[in-house]
Design a protein around this ligand. Sequence first.
Ligand SMILES: NC(=O)c1ccc[n+]([C@@H]2O[C@H](COP(=O)([O-])OP(=O)(O)OC[C@H]3O[C@@H](n4cnc5c(N)ncnc54)[C@H](O)[C@@H]3O)[C@@H](O)[C@H]2O)c1
Length: 165
Amino acid sequence: MALAPYDSPLNQTTTKATHARKIQDVRVIQWTLRLRIRKEIMEAKDTVKYGIVGVGMMGREHLINLHHLRSEGVAVVCIADPHLPSQQLAQELAHSFNWPIKVYSGHQELLDSGLCDVVVVSTPNMTHFQILMDIINHPKPHHVLVEKPLCTTVVDCQKVYHYLY
Ligand SMILES: NC(=O)c1ccc[n+]([C@@H]2O[C@H](COP(=O)([O-])OP(=O)(O)OC[C@H]3O[C@@H](n4cnc5c(N)ncnc54)[C@H](O)[C@@H]3O)[C@@H](O)[C@H]2O)c1
């Protein structure tokens, strides 16, 4: 007995339309799920908050570089610098990134604010040792990124190393 030729449902006009609708429905569901998962991830992910001490040339460079990482949950929330023009330039940059930042004139105020998880130290070399020791001795622990050089003498570098390890 000869078999009837296979008539795929996709070859039937009405079924084709239904099939297309189903594909569209599945795509909509997939996108909705993706968006929901992304939203949940974004909400669950804590922002890593940075503070920058010294916003001269390198400090502002760090501000720009951290802005490039904004989609990874990074934000600069505060800066400390006693020099008004440096403060203003950094504030203008942060403003252009839509980052509302707190401005302090010294690192101790920035640390005491408790606003940041990470401190970037980009002040002149001879200030690194004292700022690092103040960060190490502060009741709130911070991650630190310090511009090179770590300190200006081997003895000071060893002291920092000793306090950390
Ligand atoms: N410029 C470079 O190409 C370069 C490259 C690599 C590393 N670095 C290092 O980066 C650090 C900063 O260099 P820079 O070129 O940005 O200097 P800079 O003079 O442009 O900026 C230093 C900033 O620190 C501020 N400052 C001074 N004392 C301070 C304090 N106690 N607390 C807070 N802020 C204070 C100053 O007001 C100024 O705004 C230095 O350690 C330097 O060796 C610089």
